[in-house]
Ligand binder design. Structure first.
Ligand code: IPM
Ligand code: SF4
Length: 486
């Protein structure tokens, strides 16, 4: 273990810069001041807002008579509780008065405080973590915050990105800075290549299964190694998105050509000479040779198989050809208790094969897996096939209006509809059931989202997390199945 400071931090009094991690570089370049209690004030480049965690912050600002420090570094879009049907009705399409009030309040606050907004009905509206990178708002080297734990997603672009609480949302709105404590640095190196039919979601579940749901706590994780470099930008977002489910606030991937090609040409990305200047700097966004991490984990990509969760925590995960654990396999009495409770809640028997478990609903969406590549992967499985008659509802919920448009241009919406899926409007939807898209008690769902906690998708609902291809395969088979066997 090494102390985080001062040895690995750029010291302006010295001529030499010691080897730094990517996290060190992002931290150092945003540190405005060191505070007496050991925390630091970080400058925030981009602040993303949604309807659930911003209302109190605006209310407090109003009461204190404060303005926004930089409304142009702030952007908002409603996502968590928007309905995914009848969007042509606007606010009249909401059955839930609280959800309607929150979305209406977001729109009013944005008007009053001059915050750019992608509102309902705008093609750019969508899940905030899909929208930021898609628009080129999230850029390499930035600090990005949002009142939302899955802000870790944006770290895939070599940005320091994490969730903040409502009072911090207020602080950032008023000052464009955040009081932060430096995290420890963890490196997860994934060697080799992912086998055919295995995606970034399977890798994310594998990582969480190995290090545990609290394995990354207190750390900023940097994912590296050949398997990570081989991932597309969208796949990298899936991996970083799930860092929070491994207990880490931050997930990072170094800048490379994949990042550069993804960002180039996006609406808010720099262009011309600014682009040239930007890429010159961005190319430094990697951990230096010899940079020291507090913890390193090595994993082999060849060992990753299509995964599925069996329990009520994302680390209760198993390869699709595996078995639910028996209680005797628990390492501690506490784990045994957790597993017993999870098995009861999920209606599963210890030691049973996970494949073949019948499914009632299928949800394709969420900030983890609702981008165009996710929809393509699912559509590829569904083309020419039908949803099993046992499935009560299979829904595809694109991450943004622009993702939906692209999918429609490629005819993917037709593939979903012909297979028996519903094609819905963008939002968080059944990822957390803050709108009408929910599981009924006891219903079992094959879901591409990121959390399988008790009641997450509706009271008494049972969630199995998996990749888009695996969820599509479950829709066809009416049960959990190995997508490679279809
Ligand atoms: C509502 C919001 C605060 C929450 C989060 O922070 O993650 C949500 O997005 C979630 O996924 O549970
Ligand atoms: S899609 Fe799910 S995980 Fe992502 S921000 Fe929305 S509710 Fe949270």
């Amino acid at each position: 273990m090494r102390p985080c400071t001062p040895f690995n931090v750029y010291n302006p009094r010295q001529d030499t810069v010691t080897a730094r991690t990517l996290y060190d570089k992002l931290w150092d370049s945003h540190r405005v001041a060191d505070l007496a209690d050991g925390s630091s004030l970080l400058y925030i480049d981009l602040h993303l807002l949604h309807e659930v965690t911003s209302p109190q912050a605006f209310a407090h600002l109003r009461r204190a008579g404060r303005a926004l420090w930089r409304s142009d570094a702030t952007i908002a879009t409603p996502d968590h509780n928007v309905p995914t049907l009848h969007r042509e009705l606007g606010l009249d399409g909401f059955d839930d008065p609280l959800a309607r009030l929150q979305v209406d309040t977001l729109e009013r606050n944005c008007r009053a405080f001059d915050v750019p907004l992608f509102p309902l009905g705008d093609l750019r509206q969508g899940i905030v973590h899909v929208v930021g990178p898609e628009q080129g708002l999230t850029l390499p080297g930035m600090t990005v915050v949002c009142g939302d734990s899955h802000t870790a997603t944006h770290g895939a672009l070599a940005a320091l990105a994490h969730g903040i609480g409502s009072s911090e949302v207020e602080h950032v709105l008023a000052t464009q800075t955040l009081r932060s404590r430096k995290l420890r640095a963890m490196r997860i190196e994934i060697d080799g290549e992912l086998p055919a039919g295995v995606s970034a979601k399977d890798l994310a579940l594998h990582v969480i299964g190995r290090i545990g749901a609290a394995g990354g706590s207190g750390h900023a994780i940097e994912f590296c190694g050949r398997a990570v470099r081989g991932l597309s930008m969208e796949a990298r977002m899936t991996l970083c998105n799930m860092s929070i489910e491994a207990g880490a606030r931050v997930g990072l991937i170094a800048y490379d050509e994949v990042t550069e090609n993804y960002v180039n040409g996006r609406t808010y990305a720099p262009s011309g000479s600014l682009w040239q200047a930007a890429i010159h700097q961005w190319r430094q966004l990697h951990s230096d040779e010899g940079a020291v991490f507090d913890r390193t984990v090595h994993l082999q990509a060849a060992e990753v198989a299509p995964g599925v969760t069996w329990g009520t925590s994302p680390d209760m995960t198993v390869a699709i050809d595996g078995r639910v654990p028996t209680l005797e396999e628990a390492r501690t009495p506490l784990q045994r208790q957790d597993w017993q409770r999870a098995l009861d809640y999920m209606g599963l028997q210890p030691g049973q094969a996970i494949a073949g478990t019948p499914v009632d609903k299928v949800f394709l969406g969420s900030c983890t897996n609702s981008r165009i590549e996710d929809l393509r992967a699912a559509a590829e499985i569904l083309r020419g096939r039908r949803v099993h008659p046992r499935i009560r509802l299979a829904m595809a919920v694109p991450g943004s209006g622009l993702v939906a448009l692209q999918a429609e241009r490629e005819g993917l919406d037709q593939v979903f509809l012909e297979a028996g899926f519903e094609w819905r409007a963008p939002g968080c939807s059944m990822c957390l059931g803050m709108n009408a898209d929910r599981l009924a008690p006891g219903e079992r769902c094959a879901s591409t989202s990121n959390r399988n906690f008790e009641g997450r998708q509706g009271r008494g609902g049972r969630t199995h997390l998996m990749s888009p291809a695996m969820a599509a395969a479950a829709a066809v088979a009416g049960a959990l199945v190995d997508v490679r066997s279809l």
